[in-house]
Ligand binder design. Structure first.
Ligand code: FAD
Ligand code: DLZ
Ligand code: SF4
Length: 509
């Protein structure tokens, strides 16, 4: 395409190497970036998430301007802002009369669908380029998935290791094994030294955004301040450097651990930056591999971290584009209970849920095991409508975009797709939570009590979930031992479990 183009850059495409900018000319073309109500409210995102995106967008537009790009930046409160990306594209077309529109594919299906209609709507050629921040293209994932009965992450991950050559020793995986997860399940002790993630003081741009968000999104979930996110690539790189130095060596060992007073443990807290474009995922993995090569971190930490990015992250995106749009409607267990109010307040006597939700309100962050085994596990055991659960996760986390959030929530955590992502539901009673955390020691409920007054609700909900859904799960060989245990229980004990679960579920209504 030759002639003047309009380049649309979205709020999660904040990278100078994004494919749309690589294909554009800073002398001839115009870049459009816009803060719009529609994106901030199609679900009511956490206040911190909106502030992070808007501030990162403003800093990125400023950097592009300094780099001689011609940028139209539309602020949320600009007088003529139409409130939607489509409306802003139309206004920019009227201002600049471009001969074509150019953009990198949006991350979410709903926006891509809209963009597909723009050529007809605006009477212009529209070119949508692949998002090459990802390692696998849609076609590569489709080819990998074709003819496979089971789409297991582990096998896809090996392909990505070969493609990127990360932690490879010729054709073989470094150290002889592809996956060191078995070494990564240590519970954390309270006396461990745990570093704090890097935090950043708001500059004038961020301060202006914080005021804007306070004015316009007061009724959204979450606490806006204190706000300490990185909002530029330079700051995000500082956060990465600190993670590599201080937390990565222990990342593997304590990946599944939870501590009441440690919100971040040895996690990287880089997902908002990677997903928005401030950090490039492959570059992050190369830095991690280098730390291993230099002997500064053990293999289980480096491999575990790299697997999360080139394995899980790429794999969930592949599933999303393979299965949308019908994927979002899946509800394997036909669960229909409403999301309990305490998901919005954190106000519950269940100490594990209280902590995971309160920190989500404060930080727009919870780590993977909190998302999977506390809030996710509870929602599945209690039979909450997975669509409500999905919307909650999409709203409350600073790193949440549907392409990554939906397969993780509906698939991995709720088993709503019937087992595409996981070979069995991630269901667990109080014992698991007690083993991996220190939550139970300060809980009103007793984790060792199985039923009746004061018993940990996870214990009875676990069995109730399995029994309620037996017809749907009985063919799963990985659950046969669990069902055998249930069948060997005496009648009275079984009844007690069901009665306790029923009584508890009634309190949720
Ligand atoms: P670390 O533990 O330091 O992991 C390193 C990086 O690996 C992350 O930054 C992330 O980029 C990647 N990663 C790890 N696990 C996954 C995964 N399962 N899927 C994709 N990438 C992964 N992640 C999101 O980025 N956005 C979401 O909206 C999101 N929703 C989730 C919902 C549920 C129910 C669950 C169980 C997980 C979800 N995840 C999501 C995955 C994971 O929980 C987050 O990526 C992680 O907690 C981010 O924190 P971190 O950067 O400290 O991660
Ligand atoms: C998440 C988000 C928010 C809150 N606001 C904007 C915005 O005002 N303008 C914009 O271009 N992008 C925003 N985003 C990110 C988009 O929602 C994201 O690009 C799509 O969900 C596709 O992943
Ligand atoms: Fe959570 Fe049960 Fe432990 Fe309380 S006792 S913290 S409800 S697992």
């Amino acid at each position: 395409m030759s002639g003047k183009k309009l380049i649309l850059v979205l709020g999660d495409q904040l990278s100078p190497e994004i494919s749309s900018l690589k294909a554009a000319s800073r002398e001839v073309d115009h870049v459009l970036m816009c803060e719009v109500m529609e994106e901030a409210t199609y679900v009511k995102h956490h206040k911190k998430k909106i502030a992070f995106i808007f501030s990162a967008m403003r800093h990125f537009a400023e950097a592009l301007g300094k780099d001689d790009w011609q940028v139209d930046y539309i602020k949320l409160n600009d007088r003529d802002n139409t409130g939607s990306i489509e409306g802003e594209v139309e206004r920019a077309i009227n201002r600049h009369s471009p001969e074509a529109l150019l953009m990198t594919e949006a991350g979410e299906w709903r926006l891509v669908e809209k963009m597909r209609g723009w050529s007809r709507k605006f009477g212009l050629p529209v070119e949508i380029l692949d998002d090459d921040r990802f390692i696998a293209t849609h076609t590569e994932f489709q080819n990998w998935a074709a003819d496979r009965k089971q789409l297991r992450m582990e096998f896809f991950y090996r392909e990505m290791r070969r493609k990127t050559n990360l932690l490879m020793d010729g054709d073989e995986p470094e150290g002889g094994k592809w996956n060191y997860d078995a070494e990564n399940r240590k519970p954390a002790e309270n006396d461990l030294f745990i570093p704090k993630p890097r935090s950043f003081r708001p500059d004038d741009i961020t301060k202006e955004v914080l005021e804007l968000v306070a004015d316009h999104f007061d009724d959204h979930f979450g606490e806006l301040e204190p706000f300490s996110f990185a909002v530029t690539a330079e700051e995000a790189n500082k956060a990465l450097e600190q993670f590599l130095e201080e937390a990565l060596p222990n990342f593997g060992d304590y990946q599944d651990a939870m501590l009441e007073n440690e919100k971040f443990l040895y996690h990287s807290i880089l997902s908002p930056y990677i997903n928005a474009g401030l950090l490039n995922p492959l570059e992050v993995c190369k830095r991690v591999a280098k730390e291993y090569e230099k002997g500064r971190v053990p293999l289980n930490a480096a491999e575990g971290y790299i697997r999360q990015i080139i394995g899980w992250r790429e794999y969930v995106r592949g599933i999303y584009w393979l299965k949308m749009p019908e994927y979002v409607k899946r509800n394997y267990f036909e669960a229909d209970r409403k999301l309990p109010d305490f998901y919005w307040t954190g106000d519950t006597d269940m100490n594990c849920l209280h902590h995971a939700i309160t920190q989500t309100k404060e930080e727009a962050y919870a780590h993977h095991i909190q998302r999977l085994m506390i809030t996710g596990n509870f929602a599945m055991l209690a039979g909450i409508d997975p669509h409500e659960v999905h919307e909650w996760y999409l709203m409350v986390y600073a790193d949440a975009y549907e392409w990554v959030e939906l397969p993780n929530t509906l698939g991995m955590s709720q088993f709503g797709d019937g087992g595409m992502l996981g070979s069995k539901p991630y269901a667990a009673g109080g014992n698991y939570i007690n083993k991996m955390s220190d939550y139970c020691g300060n809980c009103t409920y007793s984790v060792s009590k199985k039923t009746g007054e004061g018993a940990c609700p996870f214990n009875s909900l676990y069995w109730d979930f399995l029994v309620r859904n037996r017809n749907r799960l009985k063919g799963n060989s990985r659950l046969s031992r669990v069902y055998n245990t249930w069948d060997r229980m005496d009648d009275d004990k079984q009844k007690e479990y069901r009665k306790s679960a029923k009584a508890f579920l009634e309190t949720l209504a």
